[in-house]
Ligand binder design. Sequence first.
Ligand SMILES: [Zn+2]
Length: 100
Amino acid sequence: MARLRTLANRVAMAPTRQPANHRSADRRMTGRALQERRLRIWARDPHCADCGRLVAMHEFELDHKVALVNGGPDVDDNCQVLCIGPDGCHHRKTRVDLSR
Ligand SMILES: [Zn+2]
């Protein structure tokens, strides 16, 4: 047990490699947690939040209602289903979000 505690302390003290100024707007959920959120939100309502089209699992992207770059929180309540494609609702909204 004593050995494990020592190891845990060393791990906790390891310095982060991530630059401190890289954290603000770009900190978002990734990997498996993101895939689970994607499924959870789509299962709640599988329609595009903008045009209302029914979308399959591979036909949408998770969108932040208030974009992260505009200070929106990275939480489920700020996420919605938007359809994709060159003229899809997500593409269009992202353009608007970035122009603010
Ligand atoms: Zn749409």
